[in-house]
Design a protein around this ligand. Structure first.
Ligand code: NDP
Ligand code: GDR
Length: 330
């Protein structure tokens, strides 16, 4: 049985990746941080096959200890401060976890993996690195121009991954993933914030939702599809970097239209207010990825389209909120 260690196991992607690797007969280990982290109980209850290991991306010796304990064949580094808005307020923490955390994990792999570097490494890079985009669509060759402390930290994480591959021959891959969503998406991100509000408004539990800028455009895909691309990268003969995207872009406004439309509320403007608190000091206006390399070399393509993704998330939140409120759905 192959052994995989996932950092960020309690996050959206960690959960989908754990399921995927378990279905492929891996022994799955999940790195968890903190002394009383409430999300650990959720992982124990819902993913009982995941063995939990305690460590923190801010603490090198804990990472060395985790790798020595697990002796993984593959490491997926999904752990990060991943919320762009938070990164403006806690820039140093973001640089430390999302940026330097990658270096610490790579160094730990060099220490524990031995001279033959048998541990394969995946880094969760991001389309946020393209920021103020230099060209559209964005490819593996598009220059970076990050627009947030999060984007800057991800550029460092990406570059140091490439550096360790070039300098030490590590099998290290970087997946430049565009936004991917699901019913497991954190409620702080705009898609889930909208689908949850749509459900609550439809059920009469809430009147309006306050948002920031409605004009930015994102290339939104389904998280379940994207973790498959991560796995495929580590199965190649040679390590590389890959853009993972759908190639279609929609605005926040389009997302609102689709989500409210799905429950028959066509006049969504009357349920949405705008609040300066949700605007960012600098915005990423447009992202759209060209995943030709992933398609040709990994045989990867997305299975879930934008409309299906929105419906899936709204339907999930309708069930969830109805259950919490004790409402019987027809
Ligand atoms: P989430 O925000 O859902 O999960 C982030 C994870 O990182 C959580 O498990 C969190 O653990 C963990 N974490 C935070 N701080 C530390 C730390 N100091 N040490 C160890 N672990 C830590 O993110 P996603 O699942 O959405 O994304 C996974 C990765 O992919 C992230 O690196 C993200 O930046 C990147 N990415 C995501 C995209 C997306 O659209 N989802 C697109 C491109 C890249 P805890 O629960 O304990 O806080
Ligand atoms: P993003 O995702 O910044 O693209 O990063 P998010 O869903 O937070 O924002 C998308 C766009 O929506 C606009 N927006 C709002 N966003 C939030 N969160 N809340 C609001 O109320 C709101 N109103 C408008 C934002 O300004 C932005 O333009 C995500 C994260 O998962 C990163 O970790 C990942 O790297 C990138 O996707 C790719």
């Amino acid at each position: 049985m192959r052994r995989a260690l996932i950092t960020g196991i309690t996050g959206q992607d960690g959960q989908y990746l754990a399921e995927l690797l378990h279905s492929k007969n891996y022994e799955v280990f999940g790195l968890v941080k903190g002394q009383n982290n409430p999300r650990i109980d959720m992982i124990r209850a819902e993913y009982p096959y995941v063995e939990l290991v305690s460590a923190d991306l801010q603490d090198l010796s804990s990472l060395v200890g985790a790798l020595e304990q697990v002796q993984p064949d593959e490491v997926y580094n999904l752990g990060a401060i991943s919320f762009v808005a938070l990164s403006f307020k806690q820039a140093e923490l973001t640089a430390n976890v999302t940026g330097l955390g990658v270096l610490r994990l790579l160094e730990a792999i060099r220490m524990v993996g031995g001279p033959d570097h048998k541990i394969r490494f995946y880094q969760a890079s991001s389309s946020e690195m393209f920021g103020k985009v230099r060209e559209s669509p964005q490819t593996e060759e598009t220059p970076f121009y990050p627009r947030s402390p999060y984007g800057c930290a991800k550029v460092f994480g990406h570059d140091i991954t490439v550096n360790h591959r070039d300098s030490y021959g590590l099998f290290a891959c970087s997946g430049i993933l565009f936004n991917h969503e699901s019913p497991r998406r954190g409620i702080e991100f705009v898609t889930r914030k909208i689908t949850n509000a749509v459900a609550r408004i439809k059920l009469g539990l809430q009147e309006t939702v306050a948002l920031g800028n409605l004009e930015p455009r994102r290339d939104w895909g389904f998280a379940g599809d994207y973790v498959d691309a991560m796995w495929r990268m580590l199965q190649q003969d040679e390590p590389g970097d890959y853009v993972v995207a759908t190639g279609r872009t929609h605005s926040v406004r389009d997302f609102l239209n689709a989500a409210f439309g799905h429950v028959g509320l066509e006049d969504w403007e009357r349920f949405v207010t705008q609040d300066p608190r949700f605007f960012r000091p600098a915005e990423v206006d447009l992202l759209v990825g060209d995943a030709t390399k992933a398609r040709e070399e990994l045989g990867w393509k997305p299975q879930v389209d934008f409309e299906t993704l929105v419906s899936m998330m709204v339907d999930h939140d309708l069930q969830l909120e109805a259950r919490k409120a004790g409402i019987d759905l027809p």
